[in-house]
Design a protein around this ligand. Structure first.
Ligand SMILES: [Zn+2]
Length: 265
């Protein structure tokens, strides 16, 4: 290798890459940017380990984010590792996962609540209410375990974030964030469970993402592709138009507006 090039690379590496021990010391001294640098450095490893622990993407993200937040707050408070951040981060994540799993096994008991006993009378209104219940229930069952937990405990049992924080192993603020994501996830799933299966292969992807699209959470590029398909496909357009009505009844996300359904060509 060219000697000059070699020394240039070393110099650049020195500038960008303080050692983990130096970054940890910086976090301890109150440098938030050092925490961000540690995150960037080890997030790939964390995600890989998380992928071996939990199946659903949303839960992986929660696990990685929470483990980082915990380690950083421990270090900022003067505790935690002096060096070897990855080992400590991974151990923290595994511990969190173990605690969350124990908790989830308990919560899954709630997820097997039997259907309400059949009532006689059969009023139309009751039938509508029950079918709505069923839809919400189906949507709820598709959510990641922690989202189900936070929704159930806060909605059905009336727990506050402060009460739930020690149970879920996150801060009260973490519970509030989780609850917001879970509520939005439920609305999206509520729409998605009403999307009929596609008859044509080219419609499958569009149908699978329709809930997210209606809630305005698809990345712009994907949203554009989906809108394009709706303009050209009569059956998908009809599904989108019908569900857009349902979506209008749901609470809005902040900073989000209804997607415009393109007219069929
Ligand atoms: Zn289609």
């Amino acid at each position: 290798m060219d000697a000059t090039l070699g020394s240039t690379l070393v110099t650049e590496a020195d500038e960008d890459e303080r050692t983990d021990a130096e970054l940890l010391a910086a976090v301890r001294a109150g440098d938030c940017q050092a925490g961000g640098e540690l995150f960037r450095r080890h997030v790939t490893l964390m995600r890989r380990v998380a992928a071996g622990l939990v199946r659903q993407q949303a839960e992986r993200d929660d696990l990685v984010a929470e483990a980082f937040a915990r380690v950083l707050s421990t270090v900022a408070a003067g505790g935690g590792p002096e060096s070897n951040a990855p080992a400590y981060l991974v151990a923290t994540m595994r511990n969190l996962f173990a605690r969350w799993s124990r908790h989830e096994n308990r919560i899954d008991l709630y997820a097997t609540v039997p259907e309400p006993v059949t009532l006689d009378g059969g009023a139309d209104e009751l039938a509508v209410m029950r079918s709505e219940d069923r839809l919400v229930w189906s949507a709820y069952r598709t959510l990641p375990g922690r989202w189900r937990t936070v929704l159930w405990r806060m909605s059905a049992e009336g727990d506050t974030p402060a009460e739930l924080a020690p149970v879920l192993g996150v801060s009260p603020n973490g519970v509030a964030v989780l609850a917001r994501r879970a509520r939005e996830g439920l609305r999206q799933a509520y729409l998605q469970v009403q999307v009929p299966d596609a008859k044509l292969p080219q419609c499958q992807e569009v149908r699978r993402r329709m809930g997210a699209w209606l809630r305005g959470t698809l990345p712009a590029r994907r949203a554009g592709i989906l809108a394009e398909h709706l303009a050209a496909c009569e059956p998908c357009h009809a599904v989108a138009a019908e569900l857009a009505e349902v979506n209008r009844e749901l609470p809005r996300m902040t900073g989000c507006c209804d997607p415009a359904i393109p007219e069929p060509r």
